[in-house]
Design a protein around this ligand. Sequence first.
Ligand code: GLU
Length: 416
Amino acid sequence: MAELNPFKISQIQLDEAVGVLGLDKGTHELLRWPMREFRFTLPVKMDTGETRVFHGYRVQYNGARGPTKGGLRWHPDETIDTVRALAAWMTWKTAVVDIPLGGGKGGVTCNPKEMSDGEKERLARAYIRAAAPHLAVDRDVPAPDVYTTPQIMAWMMDEYETIAGHKHPGMITGKPIPLGGSQGRGDATARGGVYTVREAAKVLNIDAAKATYAVQGFGNAGQFGASLHQEILGGGTLVAISDSGGGVMSKSGIDPQKAIHHKLETGRVAGLPGTTPISNEDLLELDVDVLYPSALENVITGDNAGKIKAKISCELANGPTTPEADKILFEKGVFVIPDFLANAGGVTVSYFEQVQNTYNYYWTLDDIHSQLDRKMTDAFQAVYAMSKKEKVHMRLAAYLVSVSRVAEACKLRGWV
Ligand code: GLU
């Protein structure tokens, strides 16, 4: 279905922004396509002794503003088109928070939930052996994403340094802290998102400390989002959470820490004591102040957008809302904090990590939080001002801010 192909969606979103900005044809065409893309065939010895062949990708979408940057996603549904879309969104993401990086993304089609640690390590090392010639701190820098972890980043850095014969901590981010990782990287995506909710609540006159909220997707971003919402905003009632195995709700409130503990113990949110079951679909349609879509693409579409009741949708996931749904939400007055603004905290702290690796001097957690807050608040304000000026929804406004920055860099380089 064309409507649900993430790369097509990213192109439709770009086309609309280019139309408003009135960019020339050459610039438009350049920004519609990845500058470079790689496909890797990765043979990995499994614990059974047999060899399995995995397919991996890396897309360097646009490097006009700096080295390409973006995560590596390991997921059974990964395709070249999901990676292309995610790489495009990384380009707009680094631009909206105004850090000197381009956008890229990688992926491997696999199911890490069915792999042992040894198999994951061999896959991580195989990926780097294939991709190493195209990666470097001044070329293209991976990071964690769905189902990849600091441990996987550590194996990847080790493989890269073994090939290179010397140290290169800045070639990958999201590393464990003892190996050059940054303070505050673990919860940075969710933290940045909650900072933007704080700013949105101010402009919408919502009392954030009394807000009700629901979290769809209970992985890294969703779990931290659930607890940071209360910590940063000074309160709020978490009424529902879900993961790929279904959801749970409680009108009187779910304790985020208990939910995280339950997920850690059982692998799912289902069965959390004191809650009743709810489906992922019904969770999205709950009457809450803030909804955090925190899983995968295309969960809010033309089919269910009319039923969304949240006042704010803070997209910790990449690509949760289709263009058709965006129009419906805008007409209904749902205030969407678009993915590449809402979840830019992760790459922002990745950038801080690279800076610290290059300096070989490390910042405190307080430094990271205050710098991240400033970046996210500035980005929110720039996008919000654009949405008011052009009378457009926040996603289109974010595109207008980012695409004009990337287009300017392309022009200054003489590419267009
Ligand atoms: N994977 C994260 C994202 O989608 C972080 C990327 C990074 O840190 O480079 O933004």
